[in-house]
Design a protein around this ligand. Sequence first.
Ligand code: SAM
Length: 284
Amino acid sequence: MTNKTTWFEEIWSPEGSSFSLEVSELLHTEQSDYQKIDIYKTTHWGNLMVLDGCYMVTDRDNFLYHEMMTHPVLFTHPDPKKVLVIGGGDCGALKEVLKHPTVKEAWQVEIDERVTRVSEEYFPDLCDSNNDTRANFYFGDGIAWLKERPANSLDVIIIDSTDPVGPAAGLFNREFLGECLRALNTNGVLVQQSESPLFHSNTLIKDLHTELKAAGFTSLKTLPFPQPIYPSGWWSCTMASKDLDVTQFRASDAENKVFDTQYYNYGIHLGALCTPEFMKKALD
Ligand code: SAM
């Protein structure tokens, strides 16, 4: 690609839709052991990361996803100290986790080290907490890592994965979710990225609820939020716990949060707990 601009399009054929960004330069491309990693410079959205042809992150809108994948679950747990992020190689979720002063130790377990190394170069803002002494990195399969983890040793698990294909497929089934439950301490909470409310309420989100219940989780809630670059422009995360009611959270701490966010606040959290009617029909 020269300096001429062109459009990078992700086609979502099951729903007859696509999303395009105007790009001016291909900054980086490689085939890692796990996936094709492309970084584009866009004209209006900063840098863009694409994995196997799917939009992952832009400078402009990643805050929506990363804040909603972290702050609701961390304000749901009464005192989150030990936090695991599975996937999340761009480090954006980890950065938000480390904003919580209660957190003493955080692990990012990403299967593809190249995603993190490329993010350090092209998304330095997302990686600017990587030297925090509380942060620990392991590059390998999150499923295998969790199996080795002692029981009752984590407060919060954040599954920030790619779509459920390839190495991420096993992150959505009851066997893996059961391992999560085993590793969670009393009052432990899990959150899983759960795709588009519009496109996946009757499929992936419904199936995820079934798998979470089969694994032993009793309180579940799917929180929708905007995400312009993902299919339908609307995304979700699903929280689950065995001990806590995940519709309750530390409202006062959220209202008086001691760190900056760009999207998340107390009212956004409250609003995200309101389930749209069509989703209630699909999930109840
Ligand atoms: N925000 C993104 C989205 O929803 O499209 C996901 C961000 S992050 C880049 C997803 C990461 O999950 C990828 O870097 C991928 O390598 C990682 N991943 C997929 N399967 C995994 C597994 N089994 N264990 C650990 N990491 C995994």
